[in-house]
Structures are given as C-alpha cells and as structure tokens.
Design a protein around this ligand. Structure first.
Ligand code: NAD
Length: 376
C-alpha cells in the first residue's frame, strides 16, 4: 500500500472551474478528496473558484470573464469540470460555453495534451479488446495541441478557374514546436517506465522527417536514459489495438495525436473514467501552466440525477498532484483507492456490470475516501 510523506503547508494556487451540468457534481467529489488530503496529510492548496461556460454566460453574458482568465493565468494549476448544454446551442459562436474552454487553452498556451489510458483490473471486461490484451494496461498519449495541420497556413477552400473547388490545409512544424513537446514526452517517460515512442509519417511527409530527426537529436543530447523508438502513425494505430501494452509514453503531433488518443481511450471502456492534462511552457522557475480536466462533457442527459461517474475528475486531480506539484505518493494513494473501490464491486451506472452494486456520484466519492482512510 502506498505511503505518503507528510508535506505540510500550502503547495500552490489552484483555480477550480466546475462549469456546467455534471461538471459541478464531479468537482464536489474532488473538493471532498482535497479536504481529506489537507486534513490527513497537511497537503493544502490556496483555492479559488470561478465560473466558466454556460453558468458564466448566465451571470456575466460571456463564457469566460477577463477576471477569471486572469486568475487562471496566475494559478499554478486549473481544475476544470465540463461546459455546455442544449440551452446554449442557440447562442452565437463567440458566446457558446465551449469558447470559454478554448480561450483558457489558448491564453494559457497549453501546447501539450496528456491523455492516459489506464485499465483498472476490475474493469478489464469493459474494454472492447480481449481482457488479456488490456489487463494492467497503463499508457500515456502525449499530443501536440497548438500546431500542425489544424492551424497551419495556407488553409481554406478556393474555387478553381474551371469552377471546381480545392480544400487546403498545411501540416507545419518548427524545431521549437517539436522540441518543446518532445521534452515533455521525455520528462513524462522519466516519471514512468522510461520508454518513449515518437509517432509520425516520416515515410511520406517532410514534417514527419523533421519531427523524427529533432526528437532523436534531443534524445541523444539530453535523454539518453530514456529508451526512444520511432513508429509510423498507421502502424501505431494498428499496434494500439493489437498489443497496447508494448507502449509507455507515445508522443505525436496534433492530428495523429487526436486520433491515437481517442483510439487508446476506448481501450479502457468508459468516458467517465478518462482524465486529461494540458501543459504549457515552463517559466523561469521551471513551473508550467497547467489545466486538468476529464475528457467527458457536461452530460446534460444525466445532470442533476446523481448518476455521474466522478472518477475521471478525481483522476484529473490525481494528475494535478503528480504533474503540477510532484506529489506522486499522494497521487498513487488516490489511484490505488479508486482501484480498490472498483475491485470491491461498486459501480456508477455508466460502468455497471452484472452482479455489482450500483452507486451514486456521492456514494462513489465517499467510498473512495473510506478507502483512503484505510490506507492512511
Ligand atoms: P458528454 O461527454 O457530455 O456525454 C456523452 C455521454 O456519456 C452521455 O450519455 C453522458 O451521460 C455520458 N457521460 C459523460 N460523462 C459521464 C460521466 N462522468 N459519468 C457517467 N456518464 C457520463 O458528451 P455530449 O453529450 O456529446 O455533450 C454534452 C455537452 O457537453 C455539449 O454541450 C458538448 O458541447 C459539451 N462537451 C464539453 C466538453 C468539455 O467541457 N470539455 C467535452 C465534450 C462535450
């Protein structure tokens, strides 16, 4: 069982942005777990809370106020719930709840998106793959988030002289963009099993050739202790569903990372179990801007019913402990407690299986805290 060093004192500033729908319901469970860590281990944060998304629009006429944006830029980490809902579908583009999230990502310059795919033993049957392929799976997909073909110029749709049309997007990466995300990949690998697989299409794309050369160069100069391999993106997609346990950390560009992270997510079964982190560049003190959020949305179909699974949000908090505050032991403690609650047979509705006990959001949260108590 994981032990934890006592680390009394305030670790840093955390901004909570629960958002809409189940966002606030799952954030409530994080608050309780945060209280537990403060009470039992003296692990405290300077907490602030703000509105984002539809709730911000309702109160302030905008999905994100400048004041909340400024707080996010000042915080050591932002914990984000979810935004959106059918009520806001009619709003103009700029007022939509999702614009609040996009503004946070843009102004915090979060260029590295981390999506772990971890399969808890108790849930091996929820995966679409055979249990033996995913039992014990624990991999991390690192996606470059602010460059590549989604942003490259020129772009657009043009009409040609013969009246037909042509759509153009440009895949473009610079050395600096590649090196900064690769560096995150090597650092992540060092915190895990010291294996990094870099993914591109160097066989058919010049930007892929550059990607491969720059990642290799960085490895040779600074990260010789990490085992680096290179793989073409199409092969990686195949390997993820053939033998996913061969991977530790995968780093890829915006487009391939988008596809591969969704593919890896489904290895684990449920949307309610998937956390994520987005990181920015380190400042002079080596501290990165960071935002942690579940992959799921505001789930308006179940909001207010107590059916939401809080585990993706709790694991996002666990990632925050690990990657923003270097509290690996606390993160392990929480991850282990979640694993034991699932092994004990408790399930929220989204991960319900025959013969297991169906519980609400808050009972799931309480049960995780009870397991934390046992381990403390
Ligand atoms: P969704 O992720 O909200 O829900 C998809 C399905 O999964 C729903 O049936 C929902 O009940 C279920 N689900 C999601 N999270 C769950 C959880 N924690 N526990 C149990 N069940 C869960 O996606 P959607 O329905 O396509 O979108 C709903 C709203 O959320 C939209 O307004 C969309 O724009 C927004 N959205 C926001 C984010 C975000 O804030 N990051 C991400 C995706 C969608």
């Amino acid at each position: 069982m994981a032990a934890i060093r006592n680390t009394p004192g305030v670790l840093g500033k955390v901004l909570l942005l629960p958002g809409d729908g189940i966002g606030s319901e799952v954030m409530r469970e994080v608050r309780r777990v945060m209280d537990w860590f403060a009470r039992r281990h003296g692990l405290e944060f300077e907490l602030d809370e703000g509105r984002v998304g539809g709730t911000s629009y309702d109160h302030h006429g905008t999905p994100l106020t400048d004041e909340v944006m400024a707080k996010a830029l000042e915080a050591d980490a932002v914990l984000f719930g979810a935004v959106g809902g059918p009520k806001y579908d009619v709003l103009p583009f700029e007022a939509k709840p999702e614009r609040g999230l996009l503004r946070l990502r843009k102004e915090m310059e979060l260029f590295a998106n981390l999506r772990p795919a971890k399969v808890f033993d108790a849930l091996v049957d929820s995966s679409s793959l055979k249990p033996e392929l995913v039992r014990g799976l624990d991999l991390m997909i690192l996606r470059e988030l602010t460059g590549g073909v989604y942003f490259g110029e020129p772009r657009g749709i043009e009409t040609l002289p013969d009246g037909s049309r042509r759509g153009v997007n440009t895949q473009v990466y610079t050395t600096a963009e590649i090196v900064r995300v690769a560096r995150v990949g090597f650092e992540l690998a060092r915190k895990r099993n010291a294996k990094l697989c870099s993914v591109e299409k160097a066989n058919v794309m010049e930007s892929g050739v550059l990607w491969r050369e720059e990642v290799q160069r960085l490895h040779d100069a600074e990260y010789g202790d990490v085992e680096l391999t290179h793989m073409y993106a199409d092969n990686c997609a195949m390997q993820l569903v053939r033998a996913p346990k061969q991977f530790d950390v995968i780093v890829s560009d915006n487009l391939f990372g988008d596809i591969l992270s969704d593919c890896a997510a489904m290895l684990t079964g449920s949307l309610g179990m998937l956390p994520s982190a987005s990181l920015g560049a380190p400042d002079a003190n080596g501290k990165r801007k960071a935002m942690y959020e579940p992959v799921h949305g505001s789930a308006p179909d179940i909001a207010g019913t107590g059916l939401a699974n809080p585990i993706a949000m709790l694991q996002s908090f666990s990632m925050m402990l690990r990657y923003s505050f270097d509290q690996d032991e606390a993160a392990d403690l929480l991850d282990d407690a979640i694993g034991r609650v699932l092994a004990g047979g408790l399930r929220t509705a989204d991960i319900m299986q025959p013969g297991k006990a169906k519980v609400s959001t808050s009972v799931m949260g309480e049960s995780i805290i009870r397991e934390l108590d046992k381990a403390a």
